[in-house]
Design a binder for this molecule. Structure first.
Ligand code: VGL
Ligand code: ZN
Length: 197
Protein backbone atom coordinates (compact mmCIF):
# COMPACT_ATOMS: atom_id res chain seq x y z
CA UNK A 1 0.00 0.00 0.00
CA UNK A 2 1.20 3.42 -0.99
CA UNK A 3 0.68 6.73 0.82
CA UNK A 4 1.24 10.30 -0.29
CA UNK A 5 2.68 12.37 2.58
CA UNK A 6 2.16 16.09 2.02
CA UNK A 7 4.43 18.06 4.31
CA UNK A 8 3.40 21.47 5.70
CA UNK A 9 1.72 23.07 2.64
CA UNK A 10 0.57 25.95 4.84
CA UNK A 11 0.13 29.68 4.31
CA UNK A 12 3.11 30.68 6.42
CA UNK A 13 5.44 28.66 4.14
CA UNK A 14 3.98 30.18 0.96
CA UNK A 15 4.72 33.61 -0.56
CA UNK A 16 3.39 36.30 1.79
CA UNK A 17 3.70 34.01 4.82
CA UNK A 18 5.82 34.45 7.95
CA UNK A 19 8.45 31.91 6.84
CA UNK A 20 7.82 32.01 3.12
CA UNK A 21 9.56 29.42 0.97
CA UNK A 22 10.30 30.80 -2.50
CA UNK A 23 7.64 29.53 -4.94
CA UNK A 24 6.12 27.38 -2.22
CA UNK A 25 2.67 27.82 -3.74
CA UNK A 26 3.68 26.50 -7.19
CA UNK A 27 3.44 22.88 -6.11
CA UNK A 28 -0.15 22.82 -4.90
CA UNK A 29 -2.03 21.84 -8.08
CA UNK A 30 0.35 18.98 -8.91
CA UNK A 31 0.07 17.68 -5.34
CA UNK A 32 -3.73 17.69 -5.66
CA UNK A 33 -3.45 15.67 -8.89
CA UNK A 34 -1.25 13.06 -7.19
CA UNK A 35 -3.84 12.44 -4.47
CA UNK A 36 -5.88 10.33 -6.91
CA UNK A 37 -2.99 7.93 -7.52
CA UNK A 38 -2.35 6.60 -4.01
CA UNK A 39 -4.07 4.40 -1.42
CA UNK A 40 -3.87 6.98 1.35
CA UNK A 41 -3.25 10.72 1.71
CA UNK A 42 -1.66 12.17 4.85
CA UNK A 43 -1.17 15.90 5.38
CA UNK A 44 1.16 17.26 8.03
CA UNK A 45 0.57 20.61 9.69
CA UNK A 46 3.22 22.56 11.58
CA UNK A 47 1.29 23.63 14.69
CA UNK A 48 3.13 25.73 17.25
CA UNK A 49 1.83 27.38 20.42
CA UNK A 50 2.57 31.13 20.73
CA UNK A 51 5.98 31.56 22.36
CA UNK A 52 7.32 28.30 20.92
CA UNK A 53 10.99 27.63 21.69
CA UNK A 54 11.85 27.45 17.96
CA UNK A 55 10.91 31.12 17.56
CA UNK A 56 13.76 33.66 17.74
CA UNK A 57 11.32 35.98 19.53
CA UNK A 58 11.29 33.56 22.49
CA UNK A 59 15.04 34.05 23.10
CA UNK A 60 16.47 37.36 24.34
CA UNK A 61 18.94 38.87 21.85
CA UNK A 62 18.42 36.24 19.14
CA UNK A 63 17.36 36.85 15.57
CA UNK A 64 15.73 34.51 13.05
CA UNK A 65 17.94 31.96 11.27
CA UNK A 66 20.53 31.85 14.07
CA UNK A 67 21.51 28.42 15.33
CA UNK A 68 21.32 27.67 19.07
CA UNK A 69 21.99 24.65 21.23
CA UNK A 70 18.88 23.17 22.87
CA UNK A 71 18.84 20.31 25.42
CA UNK A 72 17.99 17.97 22.51
CA UNK A 73 20.63 19.33 20.09
CA UNK A 74 21.11 22.16 17.60
CA UNK A 75 18.06 24.20 16.62
CA UNK A 76 17.63 26.89 13.98
CA UNK A 77 15.60 29.83 15.29
CA UNK A 78 12.72 30.88 13.04
CA UNK A 79 10.41 33.83 12.68
CA UNK A 80 7.12 33.20 14.52
CA UNK A 81 5.14 30.91 12.19
CA UNK A 82 2.28 28.41 12.06
CA UNK A 83 0.79 29.51 15.37
CA UNK A 84 -2.09 27.25 16.36
CA UNK A 85 -5.37 28.55 14.99
CA UNK A 86 -3.82 31.47 13.07
CA UNK A 87 -4.42 32.05 9.33
CA UNK A 88 -0.74 31.30 8.68
CA UNK A 89 -1.16 27.81 10.10
CA UNK A 90 -3.99 27.01 7.69
CA UNK A 91 -3.31 24.91 4.64
CA UNK A 92 -2.86 26.73 1.33
CA UNK A 93 -6.41 27.56 0.20
CA UNK A 94 -6.07 25.55 -3.03
CA UNK A 95 -4.80 22.36 -1.36
CA UNK A 96 -7.52 19.72 -1.48
CA UNK A 97 -7.62 19.15 2.24
CA UNK A 98 -10.93 17.27 2.03
CA UNK A 99 -9.14 14.41 0.29
CA UNK A 100 -6.86 13.75 3.26
CA UNK A 101 -7.41 10.54 5.24
CA UNK A 102 -5.32 11.84 8.09
CA UNK A 103 -3.95 15.21 9.24
CA UNK A 104 -0.97 14.99 11.53
CA UNK A 105 -0.05 18.02 13.63
CA UNK A 106 3.47 18.44 14.94
CA UNK A 107 5.57 20.93 16.87
CA UNK A 108 2.79 21.49 19.42
CA UNK A 109 5.00 21.18 22.52
CA UNK A 110 6.55 24.51 23.55
CA UNK A 111 9.94 23.12 24.55
CA UNK A 112 10.70 21.06 21.44
CA UNK A 113 10.42 21.47 17.69
CA UNK A 114 9.37 18.71 15.30
CA UNK A 115 10.64 18.90 11.74
CA UNK A 116 9.98 15.23 11.08
CA UNK A 117 6.50 13.80 10.72
CA UNK A 118 7.73 10.73 12.67
CA UNK A 119 9.82 12.02 15.60
CA UNK A 120 10.24 15.32 17.41
CA UNK A 121 13.66 16.98 17.19
CA UNK A 122 15.05 14.84 20.03
CA UNK A 123 14.82 12.03 17.40
CA UNK A 124 13.07 9.92 20.08
CA UNK A 125 9.57 11.20 20.86
CA UNK A 126 7.20 9.60 18.32
CA UNK A 127 4.36 11.51 16.66
CA UNK A 128 2.33 8.34 16.13
CA UNK A 129 2.52 8.44 12.32
CA UNK A 130 4.56 5.24 12.09
CA UNK A 131 1.85 3.28 13.88
CA UNK A 132 -0.89 4.81 11.73
CA UNK A 133 0.86 3.86 8.50
CA UNK A 134 1.82 0.35 9.62
CA UNK A 135 -1.61 -0.51 10.93
CA UNK A 136 -3.01 0.53 7.55
CA UNK A 137 -0.54 -1.80 5.80
CA UNK A 138 1.33 1.05 4.12
CA UNK A 139 4.93 0.33 3.18
CA UNK A 140 5.60 2.81 0.36
CA UNK A 141 5.67 6.58 0.81
CA UNK A 142 5.82 9.40 -1.70
CA UNK A 143 6.75 12.68 -0.03
CA UNK A 144 6.15 16.22 -1.28
CA UNK A 145 5.79 19.68 0.26
CA UNK A 146 7.71 22.28 2.26
CA UNK A 147 10.45 22.69 2.93
CA UNK A 148 12.72 20.25 1.07
CA UNK A 149 15.70 20.84 3.35
CA UNK A 150 13.90 20.83 6.70
CA UNK A 151 10.60 19.06 7.27
CA UNK A 152 10.61 17.00 4.05
CA UNK A 153 14.22 15.99 4.62
CA UNK A 154 13.81 14.97 8.28
CA UNK A 155 10.58 13.12 7.51
CA UNK A 156 12.06 11.24 4.56
CA UNK A 157 15.22 10.18 6.41
CA UNK A 158 13.26 9.01 9.46
CA UNK A 159 10.81 7.08 7.26
CA UNK A 160 13.65 5.34 5.42
CA UNK A 161 15.33 4.44 8.73
CA UNK A 162 12.02 2.96 9.90
CA UNK A 163 12.03 0.70 6.83
CA UNK A 164 9.52 2.43 4.57
CA UNK A 165 10.32 2.64 0.87
CA UNK A 166 10.54 6.40 0.37
CA UNK A 167 10.51 8.58 -2.74
CA UNK A 168 10.79 12.38 -2.57
CA UNK A 169 9.49 14.18 -5.65
CA UNK A 170 11.82 17.15 -5.86
CA UNK A 171 9.62 19.04 -8.35
CA UNK A 172 6.82 18.99 -5.81
CA UNK A 173 8.98 20.39 -2.99
CA UNK A 174 10.55 23.81 -2.45
CA UNK A 175 13.53 24.64 -0.21
CA UNK A 176 14.49 27.30 2.34
CA UNK A 177 18.22 26.75 1.57
CA UNK A 178 20.07 28.29 4.53
CA UNK A 179 23.88 28.10 4.21
CA UNK A 180 23.92 25.08 1.91
CA UNK A 181 21.15 23.25 3.74
CA UNK A 182 19.55 22.06 0.49
CA UNK A 183 22.66 20.30 -0.74
CA UNK A 184 23.28 18.77 2.68
CA UNK A 185 19.69 17.56 2.80
CA UNK A 186 19.86 15.97 -0.66
CA UNK A 187 23.13 14.22 0.23
CA UNK A 188 21.67 13.01 3.54
CA UNK A 189 18.52 11.68 1.92
CA UNK A 190 20.53 9.80 -0.74
CA UNK A 191 22.70 8.32 1.99
CA UNK A 192 19.58 7.13 3.81
CA UNK A 193 18.42 5.36 0.60
CA UNK A 194 15.62 7.79 -0.10
CA UNK A 195 14.87 7.86 -3.84
CA UNK A 196 15.06 11.43 -5.18
CA UNK A 197 12.89 11.67 -8.26
C1 VGL B 1 9.63 23.93 8.75
C2 VGL B 1 11.10 25.39 9.72
C3 VGL B 1 10.30 25.48 10.84
C4 VGL B 1 9.26 23.10 7.56
C5 VGL B 1 8.81 24.01 9.86
O1 VGL B 1 8.08 22.78 7.36
O2 VGL B 1 10.20 22.75 6.79
N1 VGL B 1 10.76 24.61 8.69
N2 VGL B 1 9.16 24.79 10.90
ZN1 ZN C 1 7.85 25.16 12.52
Amino acid sequence: MHALIVIDVQNDFCPGGALAVDKGDEIVQSINALMAEVDAVVLTQDWHPAGHSSFASSHVGKTPFELIEMPYGPQVLWPDHCIQGSPGANFHPDLEVDRADMILRKGFRTAIDSYSAFFENDHKTPTGLEGYLRTRGIDRLTMVGLATDFCVNFSAVDAAKLGFQVTVLQDLCRAIDLDGSLKAALDGMRQASVTLA
